[in-house]
Design a protein around this ligand. Structure first.
Ligand SMILES: Nc1ncnc2c1ncn2[C@@H]1O[C@H](COP(=O)(O)OP(=O)(O)OP(=O)(O)O)[C@@H](O)[C@H]1O
Ligand SMILES: [Mg+2]
Length: 375
């Protein structure tokens, strides 16, 4: 049986990663251009399912191809000690083996020999000491192999709750960059979790470093890329899309990467023989929308305040974009009050401004989801 090529699973690399070439070019530049390149510290933000994690994976591949040492972490509590552990393991792997001296023969055991390390270096404990030691070892290896690599760290699911650990990592990396070390740090998170880390916060200034980092806002991909993302994995299996079916599927994705995988998977499953027809796609879109609701809309709405949800609920009454002043009327609040919601929801990337005073949903099918579940 033919395996379905699409991968509608968070964090799973798609059969074809589309529409991210510009960013990947930027990363290659950052890696190859040496210490001091601004893009070496990058914060990627974007709504759920836009492809942050799989982009980080693709970025790691680039680092790996260049022979860099890389650590991939998720910013859950305790990521810093985990990072230190990874660094220590790598130090042990790269460090020249200590010379040993025979100190005796033990009779009790299996007749083993007792050894004592001649050179005994205490293992460093702070993140900075560990990373410095590791970077020294990487430099030594590079010198031997006549190459220039470095240390690459990715931190996914950036969240202000881990603020203290993130500050320590940022401060450490900042020092190492000032020392012209070959280190790069790529972080990703949803805007609502990242914004508080970047916001002005008098007195907690190591974050300035993050604020000055290169910022990448991940958005939707162009329809041509969507078509490619749907078509190529199917063609590679020797199957095909009907032309109108592919058009319909691509339109339904609305540039949203997660939908490429969902619509692709369910349309593929509903194919007729070797062909994905318009009927397969219609069945596919319907199942894709249900899944999208469970996996994206529901958690995204759960992150918001009740009032923000009410604002979105009133927006869902419109067929196209909404006038903020009208939403204010429907809510029975002042225009100024409604503007606060507008600001917050834009920050959370739930809505985006279209023209003056008007906004639209930033996630595909959120309107339909709200109508079906919140009215
Ligand atoms: N550029 C792309 N081309 C094709 N498919 C993609 C692309 N980016 C992401 N996808 C697919 O979309 C889904 C979501 O991707 P990913 O898990 O990276 O999103 P995310 O932004 O990390 O979401 P979250 O905020 O929930 O962690 C996955 O199934 C992935 O395969
Ligand atoms: Mg992710």
């Amino acid at each position: 049986m033919l395996k379905n090529p699409f991968k509608p699973t968070m964090g799973m690399t798609p059969p074809l990663l589309v529409g991210r070439e510009d960013i990947l070019d930027e990363v290659q530049f950052a890696l190859d251009n040496g210490p001091g390149t601004h893009e070496r510290v990058t914060v990627i933000t974007g709504p759920r399912g836009i492809g942050k994690t799989v982009l980080l994976n693709a970025i790691e591949d680039l680092a790996l191809q260049r022979g860099w040492v890389y650590f991939s972490e998720t910013a859950t509590k305790g990521f810093l000690p985990r990072l230190i552990g990874s660094a220590q393991a790598k130090i042990t792997e790269l460090a020249p083996k200590p010379k040993r001296k025979l100190t005796g023969l033990s009779i009790s055991g299996a007749g083993g020999l007792d050894w004592e390390n001649v050179e005994h270096t205490a293992s460093p404990s702070s993140l900075r000491e560990n990373l410095t030691r590791l970077l020294d070892l990487i430099d030594e290896t590079d010198a031997k192999l006549r190459q220039e690599t470095g240390l690459f760290i990715t931190l996914d699911e950036l969240h202000h709750l881990q603020r203290d650990e993130i500050i320590e990592l940022a401060t450490t990396v900042q020092h190492l960059i000032r020392e012209s070390r070959n280190i790069a740090l790529f972080m990703a998170g949803i805007p609502g979790s990242v914004k508080p880390l970047l916001g002005d916060n008098a007195g907690r200034n190591p974050i300035t470093f993050l604020r000055r980092a290169n910022r990448v806002t991940l958005g939707r991909v162009d329809t041509d890329f969507v078509r490619e993302g749907l078509a190529v994995p199917v063609q590679n299996l020797g199957l095909r899309w009907d032309e109108d079916a592919l058009d319909e599927a691509a339109t339904a994705c609305d540039g949203y990467p997660f939908m490429i995988q969902l619509v692709g998977q369910y349309s593929f499953a509903a194919r007729q023989g070797d062909t994905i027809t318009a009927a397969s796609v219609r069945a596919g879109i319907s199942r894709a929308r249900t899944k999208l609701g469970q996996l994206v809309h529901e958690p995204a709405l759960a992150d918001l305040s009740e009032k923000d949800r009410v604002f979105l609920g009133f927006m869902a009454e419109d067929e196209e974009d909404s006038a903020v002043a009208e939403i204010a009327d429907r809510m029975g609040v002042s225009a100024q009050y409604a503007n606060n919601y507008r600001r917050r929801l834009i920050d959370a990337e739930m809505i985006e401004p279209t023209q003056r005073g008007r906004v639209k949903f930033a996630l595909p099918y959120l309107r339909e989801y709200l109508r079906e579940n919140y009215s």
